[in-house]
Ligand binder design. Structure first.
Ligand SMILES: CC(C)(COP(=O)(O)OP(=O)(O)OC[C@H]1O[C@@H](n2cnc3c(N)ncnc32)[C@H](O)[C@@H]1OP(=O)(O)O)[C@@H](O)C(=O)NCCC(=O)NCCSC(=O)CCC(=O)c1ccccc1C(=O)O
Length: 305
């Protein structure tokens, strides 16, 4: 049945209304916002330059590894920037030159992590939120983007890396895995073979290698990283924000089923974290030795040890 003009105009109005909701600020600003911002311990939140929210994981002594509190603060910051109408681009980065982020903090991890959520670390909530905010998110990577840190960079819309950045996954070396966006979505970005190599082999890749496999948009000398990020932000701020948010949601739609895989996978990961096999990875990392996983290799049908 062809639609009448009135019906179409109602539909258009509800579509425009939904975009207005997408653009609602998370908080109106003022004293409450200032107070909440100063409460962050593990991250920094700045608006710099105008229109750009820069969120920095600020744990350089731990190579910007995240604990439960870090992930909660990141979620709060992405909510704030995501729904603030004065912000057009969000930049995620790590403090210092050693690391962007090296994933879960291995000192806050003996079995489950120390925060909330299925595994004591609401990483799948954070990854989903980076996808949900209706504006481009740029990962500014200097140093290591390893483990869950590489996953964060992967789910960002764009990645700008310095020539001394290094990328990789280490899960099967430390008794962990990201059974959602870190694996399935990575395969969409770099292809199945490469994603499996990255996860199974746990190697490190240079920024240039990461660029060649499609994990990074551009690589610049480290002294030029901020200027390059500023250039990309300035260009993005000139684009129609509504067109950008529609494009982002449209890209997301095709991989949205991975959210379901992530939530199921985290449930399984929680069980895995309580096993001796997984704990061996974390203990070995803390004891600075090679993990011994050989005794956990089981042939199909065997009862194991
Ligand atoms: C980052 C390294 C490759 C750097 O190697 P190297 O240059 O040889 O330096 P190191 O001496 O190893 O490290 C220097 C210094 O930093 C500390 N450190 C580094 N990373 C961490 C960390 N993640 N937690 C705590 N501390 C860290 C290290 O202990 C040293 O400190 P000293 O005081 O000087 O001794 C290398 O360090 C490395 O590989 N780190 C391991 C990173 C890691 O294990 N990350 C967790 C990965 S788990 C994973 O990949 C699962 C995927 C995932 O996304 C996920 C999903 C769901 C829940 C959680 C996760 C998650 O990420 O955990």
């Amino acid at each position: 049945m062809p639609q009448g003009r009135e019906e179409r105009s109602n539909e258009n109005e509800s579509f425009r209304a939904s975009l207005r909701v997408l653009g609602e600020p998370y908080e109106a600003g003022g004293a409450a916002t200032e107070k909440a911002m100063s409460q962050y311990e593990d991250i920094l939140y700045e608006v710099r330059p105008e229109g750009v929210a820069r969120i920095t994981i600020n744990r350089p002594d731990r190579y910007n590894a995240f604990r439960g509190q870090t992930v909660d603060e990141l979620i709060d910051a992405f909510q704030r920037a995501g729904w603030d109408r004065s912000i057009g681009v969000i930049v995620l980065t790590g403090a210092g030159e050693k690391a962007f982020c090296t994933g879960g903090d291995q000192t806050a991890h003996d079995g489950q992590y120390d925060g909330r959520g299925t595994i004591g670390l609401p990483v799948e909530e954070l990854q989903g939120l980076i996808r949900d905010v209706p504006k481009p998110v740029i990962a500014r990577v200097d140093g290591f983007a390893i483990g869950g840190g590489n996953v964060l960079a992967t789910v960002c819309d764009l990645t700008i890396a310095s020539d001394r950045a290094q990328f990789g996954q280490v899960g099967p070396k430390v008794g962990s895995v990201d059974p959602g966006f870190g694996t399935a979505y990575l395969a969409r970005v770099v292809g199945e073979k490469k994603a499996r190599e990255i996860w199974y082999m746990c190697r490190r890749y240079t920024a240039e290698e990461a660029r060649q496999m499609g994990l990074v948009n551009t690589v610049v000398p480290h002294a030029e990283l901020d200027a390059e990020v500023d250039r990309w932000c300035a260009e993005l701020l000139e684009r129609s924000p509504t067109a950008l948010s529609l494009a982002k949601r449209s890209f997301n739609a095709d991989t949205e089923s991975i959210r379901g895989i992530a939530s199921l996978g985290m449930q399984a990961l929680s069980l895995y974290y309580d096993t001796d096999e997984s704990k061996e990875g974390g203990i070995a990392f803390r004891e600075k030795r090679k993990p011994n996983f050989r005794r956990y290799i089981k042939s199909s049908g065997s009862k194991g040890e």
